[in-house]
Design a binder for this molecule. Sequence first.
Ligand code: GUN
Length: 297
Amino acid sequence: MAAAIIDGNAISAIINGETATAVSELLTKHNVRPGLAVILIGENPASKVYVGRKVKKCEELGIFSKKIELPAETSEKDVIAVIDGLNKDPHIHGILVQFPPPAHISEKAVIDAIDPRKDVDCFHPVNIGKMLIGERDGFFPCTPYGVMLLLEKSGVNPAGKHVVVLGRSNIVGKPMMALMVQKAKGADATVTVCHSGTKDLKAFTRQADILVAAIGKPCFVKAEMVKEGAVVIDVGINKIADPSSKTGSRLVGDVDYDQVAPIASMITPVPGGVGPMTIAVLMQNTVKACKASIAAS
Ligand code: GUN
């Protein structure tokens, strides 16, 4: 039987609706509008698209947004100076630097420069640490927490399940592991993290009740790697050549959807699965940062 599709567009629309309500409450009760600054360095076309989507979503939900476009040759020092200014700006509650930055700029230097209270991406070591030990007053990492929400809203409880995460990036794989393993409602899973050093990958992925693919390799997960009835979450967004498409290319995930959908019980499509959830959590985090700043003032 074909898998049920987990519709990230529909689920994110519900969450974004809640965020819009929270934004109007902040305006009426406190006369404060949440503000997000998005910094784009250079001309990476994919990054431009992602930044455009984030700014558009802010507009839709009533969040103030400030888009700062810096030339590719901007020095690390100058980027950090911009971040310092935003750290001090009372109208800005969240700061996001779109990654990857140009090669001469260190991701670590950028992350460390952001005030952890405005780190709505949850990349700063302070927030990663808080998440790891289960503290709730930091932020949730946008894509991994988006996956948790997708599962919750689809009626999938990871408790006691074997979750296999493919990929160990700081942005997705590692925080995904940390959220899934928490002793908390909607988590409490047994987690295996597989990566490029894993031997006999298929032996692990075939054990997964919930398989989360986040390795950035188009259509990597094939039918024989998936257990019958597994829930498959595809975090990958890869552009591949497609001469039959008008644009000459199309987006695919890390999962070979056509092969895996008939085996899985539930699956996320690409696009329209995890992608919109990442932005929904970013918006939630911006509201959270705004509320915390009001509480602290
Ligand atoms: N590049 C790819 N994913 C992300 C993300 O979630 N946040 C930022 N800032 N950059 C990214």
